[in-house]
Ligand binder design. Sequence first.
Ligand code: FAD
Ligand code: PYC
Length: 416
Amino acid sequence: MKRFSFWSVARNALSSHAHWPRQWRSPEPKPAYDVIIVGGGGHGLATAYYLAKEHGITNVAVLEKGWLGGGNTARNTTIVRSNYLWDESAALYEHSLKLWEGLSRDLNYNVMFSQRGVMNLCHTLGDVRASRRRSEANRLNGVDSEWLEPADIKRICPILNLSPSLRYPVMGATFQPRGGVARHDAVAWGFARAADACGVDIIQNCAVIGLRREGGRIVGVDTTRGAIDAKKVGVVAAGHSSVLAEMAGIRLPIQSHPLQALVSEPIKPVLHTVIMSSAIHVYLSQSDKGELVIGAGADGYNSYAQRGSFHVIEEQMAALCELFPTLGRLRMLRSWGGIVDICPDASPIIGKMPVDGLYLNGGWGTGGFKATPGSGWVFAWTIAKDAPHPINAPFTLDRFTTGALIAEHGAAAVAH
Ligand code: FAD
Ligand code: PYC
């Protein structure tokens, strides 16, 4: 992969970047591919990269209806952690966290992964009991997790309001020191550049409008740029999983909701870790630019509009002021929304579909960014071998008929 010396960086800076090489090609679609990935978000691009890198499958196209990362990848608030309750989830998210820890080096691209720790606050006795149980389950699964008393919380985050007179006082917190944040668009660009270097075709402005089948098997896709044949098709279209599945006659147990976030004006460094409160509905971190990145739960109604309701913002601002009175006069810069596909058990579906040659990776709800590398890695395995890896084997579609659910609403940490 190309490395940039000091001199090449200086030359490009002085030439107004006129000769900077493109980070990936922009090819015309070929008539046929071994594998087509539908969706150029982080998960789709990671899948293509690991198909090429781990399995030597390079005759691959990623078809994206808009621009890379224009879906949830660059709309999310970038929290990365692996502190989920059940063994199946711990294996999946921890596999991903380990990949995050080597990702910038692997891609030779700085994804700015910052392990500043993630703190989940508890405000009621029920909260404390459920969180301690989860924290102990985490440790049994080799996932780092600590229990913090209010005095420990104060040491880590002095600006947090720990007054016992709060409407919902902070009674303790779980803390994952290896959790943190990353630069979301760099994740998409890093995977895109690395996949392209392996020969993957990345095709933007190319919406899939039909999934072509013959004799119960997938044979290709119809797109806004014409029909393309494929031996295998992987759907990784967060926000539109049900729309794509329906093109193959499959009904998914997914509901699509808006989830919004906002950022403040930049201020001096005041927050050195990620703080989340699922009980009073606010979470925040501070970006390297100094902005506070703030979010809360999903909007209650189904929608495909990438915006949310004002009352959600209003309530999260009230929660923010309660927990951080010192931020009461902070001005907000902008807000936005994405569409999250939520499964009834708040866990994803990653595997083969009832149509031969069709695979789906979706239903990550409010929490798929943290899983980007691990999700791509196990999905690439599943497509390459036509069978799931042991890590994603439990995350099947048929768990909704067998009843083998993986209930993670508590660990989602963001209200659904
Ligand atoms: P996307 O980036 O949405 O990729 C899917 C792509 O498919 C899109 O680019 C879309 O244009 C494309 N597509 C759709 N239909 C078609 C079609 N017909 N043809 C071609 N292309 C198509 N997760 C966390 O872990 N931590 C967080 O802090 C966090 N915060 C969030 C905050 C917000 C406001 C939102 C909205 C989400 C948040 N998430 C978070 C969830 C996370 O963003 C998603 O679970 C994850 O990004 C989904 O995977 P993806 O990146 O591939 O999706
Ligand atoms: O899954 O940690 C998470 C998350 C934070 C904000 C949205 N999702």
